[in-house]
Design a protein around this ligand. Structure first.
Ligand SMILES: Nc1ncnc2[nH]cnc12
Ligand SMILES: [Zn+2]
Length: 340
């Protein structure tokens, strides 16, 4: 099964580029920029990655991002992820970036996005990995700050497919950003939002109704509301599920209790993603493998998850068809080998 997952063609739809910042690269860039990290070694830093809730992680994640200062830094960060993506048989990836994490420290928006875009272009050229960029607003900050960020993005309108919403969920409901999301949609951006990770199922309703999202990031707590489950299933709203993230942030206590299989059984459009792989112990294949082992998933489940990932991507219908044909060929070939 490990081999089947390793070579399974897939898309990744929930990946924070700042969350792919591996300690080794963090130390290298810190040295280059002459910034001090309050840890004596890579191991020391990794040992600090013990979280009991989302906020524990966010505190260390924002501290780590402080090291990033130049266009080259953002290039190196994104390039390192794309190499992992290619190794994980990701054919298409949709990457979140959090501009406010950087602009609030005086790092210009332009330098952040241009470093990322350079690497994405190179990933397309070197690996054939296609990509989209999603600009995420930090929900613990104000509506005004989100509007400022949206304005800064305007020169890059054609490079950003969607806006998203992340950071501290509890106490920062989707409706806080209703007007910014209205404006973003008016400007032609698609919308997504983190909802129902730690926050209640009401936030998933809010993301759907107030922010008009095309996908829900996480959405685990949707299961607490049967009417919501019915709507998500009827409308086939994609959920970008992140199993290792859920375990590390104690959204689930044990992988055996992860609701992913239940969600599939309820007809929800579930995808598997890595969220912040440098902090949560694995890239997308490790996420597939962890749920496969803990929930006894079979190849049909895995095919369904990979299929959902392409179907839920912000790609043109003909691009999706091309990827789905690659996936189908892989799946049929692997079944043929099995029966011969
Ligand atoms: N899992 C997560 N939830 C909310 N905000 C995030 N930012 C990065 N990862 C996140
Ligand atoms: Zn996330």
């Amino acid at each position: 099964m490990e081999q089947f997952i390793k070579n399974l063609p897939k898309a990744e739809l929930h990946l924070h580029i700042e969350g792919s910042f591996e300690p080794e690269l963090m130390f290298k860039i810190a040295e280059r920029n002459q910034v001090k990290i309050p840890f004596s070694s890579v191991e020391d830093l990794r040992n600090a990655y013990q979280f009991s809730k989302l906020q524990d992680f966010l505190d260390i994640y924002y501290a780590g991002a402080n090291v990033l200062q130049t266009r080259q830094d953002f290039y190196d960060l994104t390039w390192a992820y794309l190499q992992k993506a290619h190794e994980n048989k990701i054919l298409h990836t949709e990457i979140f970036f959090d501009p406010q994490t950087h602009t609030s420290r005086g790092v210009p928006f332009q330098l952040v996005i241009e470093g990322i875009i350079d690497a994405l272009n190179n990933g397309r050229k070197e690996f054939g990995v296609s990509s989209k960029l999603i600009m995420s607003f930090l929900r613990h900050l104000s509506e005004e700050s989100a509007f400022e960020t949206l304005n800064e993005a305007l020169p890059y309108r054609d490079k950003i497919v969607a806006v998203g919403l992340d950071s501290s969920e509890k106490g920062n409901p989707p409706e806080k950003f209703e007007r910014v999301f209205d404006k973003a949609r008016e400007l032609g951006f698609l919308t997504v939002a983190h909802a129902g990770e730690e926050g209640p199922s009401e936030y998933v309703w809010g993301a759907l109704h107030d922010l008009n999202v095309s996908r829900i990031d996480h959405g685990n707590r949707s299961l607490e509301d049967n009417d919501l489950v019915a709507l998500l299933s009827d409308e086939q709203v994609p959920l970008t599920i992140c199993p290792l993230s859920n375990l590390k942030l104690q959204v689930v206590k044990d992988m055996g209790e992860h609701p992913l299989k239940l969600m599939l059984d309820k007809g929800l459009k579930v995808t598997v993603n890595s969220d912040d792989p440098a902090y949560f112990g694995g890239y997308v294949n490790e996420n597939y493998l962890a749920v496969t082992k803990a929930l006894q998933l079979n190849k049909d489940h895995l095919y369904r998850l990979a299929r959902n990932s392409f179907e839920s991507a912000f790609l043109l219908p003909e691009e999706k068809q091309r990827y789905l044909a690659i996936l189908d060929a892989y799946f049929h070939n692997s079944n043929r080998k099995l029966s011969s």
